[in-house]
Design a binder for this molecule. Structure first.
Ligand code: ADP
Ligand code: MG
Length: 393
């Protein structure tokens, strides 16, 4: 059918034509915003899950919900080896700019921006960027608050000031952090510390994070109280009804239908993973000659969808791994079936090596975000069906 009208959207962070199966999380977040607006204590929110389950698009949707309530919002994506200070100051700057026009006292806003600037200027220069980076805040820096250089102290002060500013206007601020597991230990600890302070004061500022399944472990390794500080939402595969909904609703808007057998086969192939739902949906649409879309269309389109996934979803990640890391993952794939976590000791045995000698490969893969340590002594792929993919290359 007409590829121009194809509604499906495979791709990292691509807004789906229908955000299926996330009603529970959206409602829960609405309650969080409402409670904070009323000065009730609330936990910050953390979304966790494998790659391609829809954390980024859900995070963006939560952000829209906050914006719709008149909140100031900002977002950043953490990267390994990047300090939090700069991206956070940009995100907070954006959040404050969005609400500043409603503030009755412009001097107070400028005072905050001056503090924010001083906070930002304490950032260690990135390699090769020394002196060139400027926070882009056109007020003079105000020294003495949030600029000690100790990120934990500074963040508590800065976020406290930001929350007070939002409180003046009767709104809140929400800062969204994607790929949160990639923050360094000092930054993780500072975020936990600041959230702890803010929640004790019932201050109207929350941090909403998203990351891989081991993010809760990263947080609790940093501060033991983090288990009570955040409310964790595991984002997972779509159940059958939601996966059908993700396919049917966008098609309906184009007057296109699926036969029940086509939907059966699509669920079998995509296994409920949102990224795969979009990929198979897209390929099948292009393949099908007419509505209703039939099982045979799915069958014929499947190799194109798999090809697309092999390049866009699996291959780009596989290519980042060194030969030793690839060997490690192959051993994992042989042991794990499709995804399931495996014991690191078993991987060592499979490769006939001492576990310690494999640490560099394992740590490299964790840092590259290809595997995660599910619990002590076990590891899993962060990418669903990665084991299956590895057996084809
Ligand atoms: N609830 C959903 N319903 C339908 N499609 C979704 C849903 N969530 C995500 N998707 C699709 O899945 C793909 C991956 O989403 P993304 O947010 O990038 O995942 P993650 O951040 O978890 O890796 C995108 O193509 C997106 O359109
Ligand atoms: Mg993402």
């Amino acid at each position: 059918m007409d590829p121009v009208r194809n509604p499906y959207a495979p791709g990292a962070g691509q807004r789906p034509p229908e955000l299926a199966g996330r009603g529970k999380q959206l409602t829960a977040f609405d309650v969080v915003l409402e409670r904070i607006a009323r000065g009730r204590p609330e936990r910050s929110v953390v979304l966790t899950g494998l790659r391609g389950v829809g954390k980024t698009v859900l995070l963006n949707q939560l952000r829209s919900g906050a914006v719709a309530r008149g909140w100031g919002t900002g977002k950043l994506e953490a990267r390994p080896d990047q300090e939090l200070r700069r991206p956070l100051s940009s995100a907070l700057h954006m959040a404050v700019r969005a609400i500043a026009t409603s503030h009755r006292n412009p001097e107070r806003v400028d005072d905050f921006l001056g503090i924010l600037k001083a906070f930002a200027l304490r950032a260690t220069a990135d390699r090769g960027m020394r002196d060139r980076w400027q926070p882009g805040i056109d007020v003079p820096a105000v020294t003495g608050r949030a600029d000690s250089g100790d990120i934990e102290i500074d963040l508590v002060e800065l976020l406290g000031e930001a929350a007070a500013l939002a409180g003046d206007i009767g709104v809140g601020i929400a800062i969204f952090i994607d790929e949160m597991q990639d923050l360094g230990p000092a930054d993780i600890s500072a975020i936990c510390g600041a959230c702890h302070e803010l929640s004790q004061d019932a201050a109207p500022l929350i941090v909403v994070g998203a990351g891989l399944p081991h993010l809760p472990a990263v947080l609790s390794a940093s501060k033991s109280y983090s288990e009570r500080l955040f409310s964790y939402h595991r984002i997972d595969r779509l159940d059958r009804d939601s996966a059908d909904q993700a396919l049917i609703a966008p098609a309906e808007r184009e007057d296109v239908e699926f036969t029940p057998a086509a939907l059966d086969l699509l669920y079998q192939k995509a296994d409920g993973y949102p990224y795969f739902v979009q990929a198979y949906g897209k390929a099948t649409w292009d393949q099908a000659p007419r509505s209703p879309i039939e099982a045979e269309d799915v069958e014929v389109a499947a190799p194109a969808a798999e090809e697309e996934l092999a390049v866009g979803f699996f291959g780009s990640r596989y290519e980042r791994a060194t030969p030793a890391e690839r060997e490690y993952m192959r051993a994992m794939a042989d042991l794990a079936g499709d995804d399931g976590p495996v014991a690191t000791a078993a991987v060592a045995k499979e490769l006939g090596r001492k576990p310690a000698s494999l640490s560099p490969a394992r740590d490299g893969l964790i840092k590259k975000g290809l595997i995660y340590s599910a619990e002590r002594g076990s590891i899993g792929f962060t990418v669903p069906h990665f084991g299956r993919y590895l057996r084809t290359v």
